[in-house]
Design a protein around this ligand. Structure first.
Ligand code: GLN
Length: 549
């Protein structure tokens, strides 16, 4: 090992490194999250980390079309949406340290180089970049009995090479101090209609590519439409030089929350623990199983609309979607999601009459905003249960100002910088900000709830707290306090404020069966076994609305 290599400390690291092959979007994040879920249910302390091979320092500057949702952690990191799956499956809060990109690694190494830390050496991918990758993995592994490391991208990509090289090197580093590493590779086993069989060749190639780099997977997870039969598993085992037991089929399932059970039935967590030389502690899966049962056999259905401009790409609203699922499961209802294009609302072609409840989620940029404002009016006037989130709150306030407070040209300075009535404007702390990356108001901030409001009653009922809640944020604009009185005169209630009272966090309109909007993103704190109060409240109100029809 190079003298600058990451020093492995006293702690005995146990790592599971998960790579992907053949194609992207096979559900590597769900597989990692599910393994975490299984190991945690056996009483292990588990962390999951994602290594992303792109050069952006974080996904915060990427369009949702490129990258899907940007997931925000408690500590204000803008991260990959897989972190959302990890948090939901682990029921743990993760941090900036759990998502590392090529950009972040290079940023650190280049700063060190400028500081003169490399003492005259030529700074290279190996060992300097790989050492920095290893350092971050090893540092984080110290916090857990067991750390799962998911490597983004697909084996064969140029970009992921330094990450793969780093996890290859880690095997010896880890073993030298008594730890263990388990390599898991996720591949695709396609079914070819013409010959009527499952094809193992792509998996063989992918394993070969991995071996060329020096990584021999211990377990193969094989995604397929239907279950893998024994001859197919035997063939893969032979080529990959592993036991048949370690070839694990992962067929399509109805809900992602079933994946842990499917993997457990195939003995996945058992094999991983064996490889890591850890005891097979008994698992308690009763509450998770009960949750999955509620998702799979609901007693009723409810139609929830989500209005946005990225609706073709459902990943852009991943956490919102999952939060609806959690709220639905809690109330034994199957939420049927109706995706509504905000520009269709502008054109008057959006079908909103069959909706029982609606969400206007967060967003950026002018396109589609008038559609969201129109939708907010429709929901208010037609007494349709409504939850506004971030931009959704801002649109609701603009609509309310225009149509109930008589401020006709009310707008946000984000979309109309010269508006005469900026009911939404940039936060004072954001005025001098020039850089776009990581500079929004990010992460958890406290919000004081006002007594006897819908917000206080929902948080009290579901989370047992009616005073201060901590919620995650990602925005630059806010309600302009100069208009608060005029809005309040027309019935709008500011039911959540920052503790100093200066920043509006929640608004509601009590003349409506369920009308509530928040400046923060409640979806990031919804968990399968602990639905978010605002989402659960929305689903319940929507069920009521449906029964009235
Ligand atoms: N664009 C708005 C702002 O920056 C809303 C952001 C959001 O919805 N996340 O304040």
């Amino acid at each position: 090992m190079n003298e600058e290599s990451a020093p492995i400390k006293e702690h005995v690291p146990r790592l599971v490194c998960l790579t992907g092959g053949v194609i992207s979007s096979l559900g590597k994040g769900i597989a990692a999250a599910s393994l975490g879920n299984l190991l945690k249910s056996r009483g292990y302390s588990v962390g999951i980390m994602k290594l992303d091979p792109y050069i952006n320092v974080d996904p915060g500057t990427m369009s949702p079309f490129q990258h899907g949702e940007v997931y925000v952690t408690l500590d204000g990191a803008e991260t990959d949406l897989d972190l959302g799956h990890y948090e939901r499956f682990l029921d743990e809060n993760l941090t900036q340290a759990h998502n590392v990109t090529t950009g972040r690694i290079y940023d650190t190494v280049i700063r060190r180089e400028r500081a003169g830390d490399y003492l005259g050496k030529t700074v290279q991918v190996i060992p300097h970049i790989t050492d920095e990758i290893k350092r971050r993995i090893v540092d984080l592994s110290e916090e857990y009995e067991l750390l799962i490391v998911e490597i983004g991208g697909t084996v064969g990509d140029i970009e992921s090479l330094p990450f793969l090289e780093a996890i290859r090197q880690l095997r010896r580093d880890v073993e030298r101090c008594g730890g263990e590493i388990c390599y898991v590779h996720l591949t695709l086993v396609p079914f070819q209609k013409a010959s009527g069989e499952m094809k193992t060749k792509p998996t063989q190639h992918s394993v070969a590519a991995l071996r060329e780099i020096g990584i021999h997977p211990h377990v193969l997870l094989c995604r397929s439409e239907t279950a893998l039969d024994t001859p197919v598993r035997e063939k893969i085992a032979l080529f990959a030089d592993i036991d048949v037991d370690a070839v694990i089929g992962l067929p399509d399932v109805e809900t992602i929350y079933e994946v842990p059970r499917v993997l457990q039935e195939s003995g996945f967590d058992e094999i991983v623990l064996r490889q890591l030389r850890l005891p097979q502690r008994p698992a308690d899966r009763s509450s998770w199983d009960a949750f999955v049962q509620r998702v799979l056999s609901p007693e009723s259905t409810v139609r929830i609309g989500i209005i946005g401009k990225y609706i073709e790409l459902h990943d852009a609203y991943k956490s919102v979607f999952e939060a609806v699922v959690h709220g639905g499961a809690f109330l034994k209802a199957r939420p049927e999601i109706v995706w509504i294009d905000s520009e269709d609302v502008e054109r008057g072609t959006a079908a909103m009459d069959e909706i029982d409840g609606m969400i206007i989620p967060g967003g950026f940029g002018e396109r589609g905003v008038e559609g969201k404002i129109l939708a907010a009016r429709y929901l208010r006037e037609n007494e349709i249960p409504f939850l506004g989130i971030c931009l959704g709150l801002q649109c609701a306030v603009i609509e309310f100002a225009r149509n109930r407070s008589g401020i006709e040209d009310a707008h946000s300075t984000e979309f109309s910088p010269d508006t005469a009535h900026p009911v939404i404007h940039i936060m004072a702390s954001q005025r001098s900000v020039k850089d776009k990356g990581g500079t929004m108001r990010l992460g958890a901030y406290p919000c004081r709830l006002r007594g006897k409001t819908l917000a206080a009653s929902l948080y009290g009922e579901f989370w047992g707290t009616e005073e201060i809640v901590k919620e995650r944020h990602r925005h630059r604009f806010e309600v302009n306090n100069a208009y608060r009185d005029r809005l309040a005169e027309c019935g709008m209630i500011f039911s959540g404020l920052s503790p100093d009272g200066l920043l509006v966090e929640i608004v509601e309109w009590p003349a409506h069966p369920f009308y509530i909007a928040c400046q923060f993103h409640p979806e990031f704190q919804s968990r399968p076994l602990k639905p978010h109060p605002l989402f659960a409240g929305l689903i319940r109100a929507a069920l009521r609305k449906r029964s009235e029809r």
